[in-house]
Ligand binder design. Structure first.
Ligand code: SAM
Length: 289
């Protein structure tokens, strides 16, 4: 197959298959030739790895992954792309395409069926509107992954990689840091895609932790507390948590002080240990049940 970053090749596919880009499915395909090899290399695509790709488009990244990894399983929701991929990926015999919504795929099963004896990583240029749901779907299931390397909207990438205790941090940054060590890798300009989006992108990698932080007494309650803490931007922990759980500020304030935190602390000033201590005490106090 010709070069999938070549506009002439792309236009030829569009014409022959009568394809039109779907905004709802976040279809902005990569045409900058330097980006896919970099995602594949940073993303652990090598002989020892099986790679899960989410969203193939015409297969531009899939091909770079297939050149390097032992095996690639690519999940694509848009059935119009399946005949295109049969053509564009014909030369790669280590690729399997699954025509499904990734959020409905049993990934534990997929990994044990397809990648026995291999380390496993995810690489993808994600649809913008599903960035957080897809990443959280991958993380919350505690899949046996080494890393998740994804292209996302630049601002989303900054939030996902934000260090706790900084202004950029939000509930999603706490969730990401709980399961993984995030790293910003490189920026990608909007001109690298067809059609050209209104925003720039970046590629980030989440290196999955072997163990999540210790001491969380109830994980579901921990994440509920974190979401409550960030439910009102720039408000104090006390105000946000009292509003989110519908309990008095006095009660929350006592728990905050018992956790050894300042009464007027804001969630963006808190580290992982602070969230854990605070949520454990709130949980034990029974005032939120
Ligand atoms: N990898 C290609 C590239 O880099 O050019 C395409 C990336 S494009 C940003 C996102 C892709 O994800 C599209 O092909 C779209 O159809 C697919 N997609 C969107 N929602 C999906 C879902 N829920 N499950 C699987 N694939 C999805």
């Amino acid at each position: 197959m010709g070069n999938l970053t070549d506009i002439g090749v792309i236009k030829d596919i569009i014409n022959r298959y009568g394809f039109s880009f779907s905004k709802n499915l976040g279809q902005n395909f990569l045409i900058n030739p330097s980006v896919c090899p970099k995602i594949a290399e940073f993303g652990n695509a090598n002989e020892n790895f099986g790679i899960i790709e989410i969203g193939t488009g015409f297969g531009v990244l899939t091909a770079e992954l297939a050149k390097r990894a032992k095996k690639v399983v690519a999940i694509e929701i848009d059935s119009r792309l399946i005949p295109v991929l049969d053509e564009t990926l014909a030369e790669y015999h280590n690729v399997r395409i699954i025509n499904k919504d990734v959020l409905k795929v049993d990934l534990h099963r997929l990994i044990s069926d397809e990648f026995a004896g291999l380390s496993v990583a995810v690489c993808a240029n994600l649809p913008y509107n599903l960035t957080s749901p897809i990443i959280m779907y991958l993380l919350e299931q505690r899949l046996p992954l080494k890393s998740i390397t994804v292209m996302v909207q630049k601002e989303a990438g900054q939030r996902l990689c934000a260090r706790l205790g900084t202004r950029e941090a939000g509930a999603v940054s706490v969730a990401i840091n709980y399961f993984a060590a995030p790293k910003m890798l490189f920026n990608v300009s909007r001109g690298s895609f067809i059609p050209k989006p209104n925003v720039d992108s970046c590629v980030i990698r989440l290196d999955i932790r072997e163990k999540t932080p210790e001491g969380v007494e109830n994980e579901a309650f921990f994440f509920k507390t974190v979401r409550g803490a960030f439910s009102q931007r720039r408000k104090t922990l006390c105000n946000s948590v009292s509003a989110a759980f519908g309990i008095s500020k006095d009660m929350v304030s006592k728990v905050i002080l018992n956790a050894g935190l300042n009464a007027d602390i804001r969630p963006e000033q808190m580290k992982m240990e602070d969230f854990i201590r605070f949520s454990n005490l709130l949980y034990r106090s029974n005032i939120c049940l």
